[in-house]
Structure formats: structure tokens, C-alpha cells
Design a protein around this ligand. Structure first.
Ligand SMILES: Nc1nc2c(ncn2[C@@H]2O[C@H](COP(=O)(O)OP(=O)(O)O)[C@@H](O)[C@H]2O)c(=O)[nH]1
Ligand SMILES: [Mg+2]
Length: 356
């Protein structure tokens, strides 16, 4: 009896939820007709700040990655492994010049261009495996990573998964795909089907030229309701490397300033969200490269949260406009799912529901 009544309540709730959902779909349809299109989220930020990764997370969360797309990442991943090892060998040509390593290094250097291949030949694969397992290569890679700060990307992830990735039946996992980097040329648009009556277009727009605030055609995206600026936290390290080059934190700040000043993105209904990315790299780098070495006015402690908030402050203090702030690691599925959902949910207009 008790079970029956509980089921009846659940049934009633389900009917109510279905009706509510249909009502929302109707309102969304009307809203889309009024707006003449889909909802748009604009993703801005410097190169390699994690824009594509965040969008892939949204795809994983809402649609899943199709088998056809998965296959398309395979040559990118396999080619990336060979190219990364090639660049370590080239950069370390002096430190890694040992009789026993030389033949393996030569095999990798001589291997064909992998950019469009679906497999890594067994000799190259064996040579990469041997090199990666060697502690001198590991030691050199550790130094290379430290010296290059944020510019090492996901090399250690892919090398750490070498056996699986180079196996004959390999198919890229979500995690593998999140670790790839393909330079987005121009504008990349991804459509997410959130509900039958609701599509969200997510447009990735790079700055095109380093140092540029917003690219000139930005007004084509003035229908965006949410504008995300990705900020790569680990690039605080670039502040010390080449002072003549605009660094990516400055670049992201300029994007924010131009956005706030732009007449195309005025209005309360347009939300600007700052996404401070690469918390994982940032945490790892801070003990070796204290923030105060790069920001002399930083008086906070060594904890990464305080350091994150300090960097965020250098953005938020520049404007009166309301800014939403997230801290994240874009390659981490578990922590990104709620962020993707919050971003999408807050982009959807809220409708007042009828009583019936
Ligand atoms: N460790 C780490 N790597 C990240 C993070 N976000 C992105 N990446 C990696 O950084 C590289 C560049 O990211 P991508 O999204 O392509 O940057 P975009 O140029 O702004 O689109 C990729 O290899 C990503 O896997 C992060 O939070 N932590
Ligand atoms: Mg990209």
C-alpha cells in the first residue's frame, strides 16, 4: 500500500515534470522565433588557454563524442607522440647524446611525418618506449618542462599511456581527446542540442594576433548571451621569461577590457564569465616559482587558492561590471561537468511558469 502511494506520487511528479518540460519547450520555441535563432556562448581567450578543451567538455556532458569524431583524433594523438619525442630529442641533443640512446633517437628522427597516419610503425614505437623508459630522458624531460613552464602541454599524459595508445585496436578515450591540442584556425563553432527545442551554439574565437584585445569581426557574435574568457593561470610564469613579448595574462586582461568597453556586449542580460584555467599546473608550479617573484605586490601565502584569487583580482578590479568567476582544470571531466552545466543553464533564459 505504502509502495503504491509512493509510486502514485512519483507518477504524479513525473506527469507534472513532463508537462513542465513541454511548457518550457514551447516557450523556448517561441523565444527562438523571437530571437531569430539559437542561443550563443562565445569563448574567448589567448592561444592554448583551454578554449577548445572546455568546449569538448560541454560536448561530452551534453552529447558525447561520436565514434567518427573519435577516429579523427587518432592521427592527431599518434602524430603528436612522435613529434613530441622528436622535439625532446632535438632540444636535448647535447644532454641526451649517449651511445646507447643514439640509435633510438635516430629512429625517431628518421621516422616519417606522422601527421596523417593512423598507426606508429613498430620500430618507432619501440624506440619511443625505450627512450621514455630511460631515466636520463626522464630527467631531461623534467628540466625541459620546468624551463618551458606552461608551454609543455599534455606530453607526459600521452607518454604515460604509450602502450595503450600505440596498440593496434586503439580508439581515443574522452580523456585522450581532452589532452589533444589542435590550433583552432579562425572560428570554431560547435552546436549542442540541449533539449528538443533548444540548441546552443558555442563559438570559439582566438585573438588572431597576439596583443590584440578583440578581433575585428567580433560584432558578428553580438547575439551571445554568455561570453567566457579563458585565462591560463600557469602563464604567470611567462611574465619572467620574455618581458618584450605580450604574455597571455596581459592578453586575457586586454580582452576583458575591450569586451567591457565594447558597445556590442553591453547590457545586463549579457554575462561575462572569467574562467581561470589550469589550476593543476598552477598548483604544481607555485612551490618552484613563487607568485611574489612575478607580482612584487603579492603579499599572500603560498596556498594556491590565495594565489588564484590574487590573479583573479588583477582582472576583476578593472571594472565595475558584474563578472562571474570560475577556477578549473579543463581536462578534468569530474570537476568540469558542473561548470559546463552552470554555464549552459545560466545562458538559457528563465521563463515564469504558468500555474497549470
Ligand atoms: N594540464 C592541463 N592542461 C590543459 C588544461 N586545459 C587545457 N589543457 C591542455 O592545453 C592544451 C591547449 O588547450 P586547448 O583547449 O586546445 O587551447 P585553445 O588554444 O585555447 O583552444 C591542450 O593540450 C589541453 O589538453 C588544464 O586545465 N590543465
Ligand atoms: Mg582551440
Amino acid at each position: 500500500m505504502a509502495t503504491e502511494s509512493v509510486l502514485a506520487i512519483i507518477g504524479g511528479r513525473k506527469r507534472h515534470a513532463k508537462k513542465r518540460s513541454e511548457q518550457i519547450d514551447l516557450q523556448l520555441k517561441q523565444w527562438r522565433r523571437d530571437q531569430n535563432g539559437d542561443l550563443r556562448i562565445l569563448v574567448l581567450g589567448p592561444s592554448r588557454s583551454g578554449k577548445s578543451t572546455l568546449i569538448k567538455q560541454m560536448e561530452i556532458s551534453y552529447e558525447g563524442i561520436s565514434d567518427a569524431d573519435r577516429e579523427r583524433y587518432k592521427p592527431v594523438i599518434l602524430g603528436g607522440i612522435v613529434e613530441s619525442m622528436r622535439s625532446i630529442i632535438t632540444a636535448g641533443s647535447e644532454s641526451l647524446d649517449h651511445d646507447d640512446l643514439r640509435p633510438h633517437a635516430q629512429t625517431v628522427l628518421n621516422s616519417p611525418e606522422q601527421a596523417h597516419l593512423d598507426t606508429v610503425c613498430p620500430e618507432t614505437r619501440a624506440a619511443i618506449e625505450l627512450l621514455w623508459a630511460d631515466e636520463r630522458v626522464q630527467h631531461y624531460f623534467g628540466q625541459y618542462r620546468q624551463e618551458n613552464g606552461s608551454s609543455y602541454t599534455s606530453m607526459d599524459y600521452f607518454f604515460g599511456n604509450l602502450a595503450r595508445i600505440t596498440s593496434s585496436d586503439y580508439s581515443p578515450t574522452d580523456q585522450d581527446i581532452l589532452h589533444t591540442h589542435v590550433e583552432t584556425l579562425g572560428i570554431r563553432e560547435t552546436t549542442l542540442n540541449i533539449r528538443p527545442a533548444l540548441r546552443v551554439r558555442v563559438s570559439e574565437v582566438g585573438t588572431h594576433h597576439r596583443g590584440e584585445g578583440l578581433f575585428k569581426g567580433i560584432h558578428y557574435f553580438d547575439d551571445a548571451r554568455t561570453i567566457l574568457i579563458m585565462v591560463p593561470l600557469s602563464s604567470y610564469f611567462e611574465l619572467g621569461t620574455d618581458k618584450a613579448q605580450p604574455n597571455r595574462l596581459d592578453e586575457a586582461r586586454r580582452t576583458l577590457t575591450s569586451l567591457v568597453e565594447s558597445k556590442w556586449f553591453e547590457g545586463e542580460e549579457k554575462r561575462i564569465v572569467l574562467v581561470f584555467n589550469e589550476v593543476d599546473k598552477f598548483k604544481e608550479m607555485l612551490p618552484r616559482h613563487p607568485l611574489a617573484d612575478f607580482f612584487p605586490d603579492y603579499e599572500g601565502g603560498e596556498g594556491y587558492k590565495e594565489a588564484c584569487q590574487f590573479i583573479a583580482g588583477t582582472f576583476t578590479q578593472r571594472t565595475e561590471r558584474r563578472l562571474d568567476v570560475y577556477y578549473c582544470c579543463a581536462t578534468d571531466v569530474a570537476s568540469m561537468e558542473p561548470i559546463s552545466q552552470m554555464v549552459i543553464d545560466s545562458t538559457i533564459p528563465t521563463f515564469r511558469m504558468g500555474s497549470g
